[in-house]
Design a protein around this ligand. Structure first.
Ligand SMILES: [Zn+2]
Length: 416
């Protein structure tokens, strides 16, 4: 009977686990970039469509990249590294073994909770439950449709008129599953907790939250390719698919190498700003309510960073940077409290890498939302994107502490 149900479900959804891409013996290396020659080589590797996949981008000489290498490219990769005196370290020996562990705890019809990762359908069902259960303060919204026609849904939590607003967008990068798992935990805490700080945030702030922003990519990452990052819109003239939605916003688009013009790159900025319907939909939605939004947050993984504008430059800093640093420090301190997890904070361009055309920068520059933060959650590369589900709760607890501190410091500095 169980087998029958499984087969029927697969037939209905057109999904077969056997069709999933496998990552047997794919290895993730940390590669140190110590000179210009090495930088050129890593840049080249990061745009090759087959055999290499950039997990953690780099920001030049003195930084490091995390690169997944397929078994068939390993000997070529090894030679290249040796020939050019690279320092390397193996972070993950076999990516497939992590995916296997993850999928053994992954249940399509699991009751909602924070001990396993969930599909888009399950998350949307949970949102429907929340809307029904807390109908006095929760209302649904849809910002628009994805390229493949899925609704990009969100909820607004509002206890009274006239509150300042905070917008949270998560899972723009499809493979960063910890982000939507964390935000649903956050929503649950916000709605149910008796803790004074959370009650205060529930009653005196309006929350606009999109739990899964890149819906097409997210479904694809569950059903076909666990390592998918981008949108699912074809690129004319290329065999590579999709753009990085978080490099597609029309603010310093494609400047300073903060996105790539090669459609095969993980950080492809798209053929033009707002070429991706998802980016355009979010921009339009926020434009309509921009006077109501004081803080904009975007949840990502991994690396344990808190990143504020600007992304487009390593040296240019916003005029309120001193305030942003105070807010970042408060949030990082709070995040470290439960488990000692260390987050680094500062501007994206100066702390991590130049990233142009991001949603946070667009909101900051074009919609005057002067507190904007990207959270890069756990970990630092031990598991990377395939963070075991046992990390969901602790990561989410840290995020709750971080957001509380961020809100309190922003309020003290007059931003709310
Ligand atoms: Zn990301």
């Amino acid at each position: 009977m169980k087998l029958f149900i499984l087969i029927s479900a697969l037939a209905v959804f057109g999904v077969s686990w056997a069709e999933q891409l496998r990552y047997d013996n794919h290895t993730v290396y940390k590669v140190l970039i110590e000179n210009e020659n090495q930088l050129t080589i890593v840049k080249h590797l990061s745009t090759l469509p087959n055999g290499y996949n950039l997990w953690k981008p780099f920001h030049g000489v003195g930084s490091d990249a995390h690169i997944m290498v397929s078994p068939k490219m390993k000997s070529a990769f090894d030679s290249l590294m040796k020939l050019n005196d690279f320092g390397t370290e193996v972070l993950i020996e076999n990516v497939q073994s992590l995916i296997d562990e993850e999928s053994s705890s992954y249940k399509r019809d699991a009751t909602f909770g924070w001990t396993s990762y969930h599909s888009l359908d399950t998350i949307y069902d949970w949102i429907d439950d929340i809307i029904a259960e807390y109908s006095n303060i929760v209302t649904p919204f849809v910002i628009g449709k994805s390229y493949e026609g899925r609704e990009i849904r969100g909820i607004k939590i509002s206890s009274k008129d006239g509150n300042p607003g905070i917008f949270i967008e998560t899972n723009v990068h499809a493979r960063e599953w910890i982000t939507s798992a964390t935000v649903t935990y956050f929503i649950n805490q916000l709605l149910t907790s008796d803790r004074a700080e959370l009650k205060n945030m529930r009653e005196n702030i309006d929350w606009y939250i999109i739990p899964v922003y890149n819906v097409d990519g997210f479904v694809y990452s569950h059903e076909k390719d666990r390592m998918w990052r981008k949108s699912r819109q074809p690129v004319s003239g290329s065999n590579c698919m999709g753009a990085d939605i978080n490099r597609n916003f029309d603010s310093h688009w494609m400047e300073n190498g903060g996105a790539l013009s090669d459609p095969c790159a993980e950080t492809f900025g798209g053929p033009k700003p707002f070429s991706e319907p998802e980016a355009q939909a979010l921009a339009d939605f926020v434009t309509n309510i921009q006077d109501k939004i004081n803080i904009y947050l975007s949840f990502h993984s991994y690396g344990q960073y808190l990143l504020c504008p600007y992304g487009h430059s390593a040296t240019e800093l916003p005029t309120n940077y001193a305030d942003l640093l105070e807010i970042g420090k408060a949030a990082a301190d709070a995040i470290s409290r439960p488990y000692g997890t260390k987050f680094t904070y500062g501007s994206t361009g100066s702390v991590l890498y130049v990233a142009s055309g991001t949603s946070v920068d667009w909101m900051f520059n074009e919609r005057n939302i002067k507190v904007g933060w990207t959270f890069e959650f756990r970990d630092k590369g031990r598991y990377g994107f395939v963070l075991p589900a046992t990390h969901i709760k602790p990561n989410a607890e840290e995020a709750v502490e971080g957001v509380i501190a961020l809100v309190e410091k922003s309020s003290a500095l007059g931003y709310l």
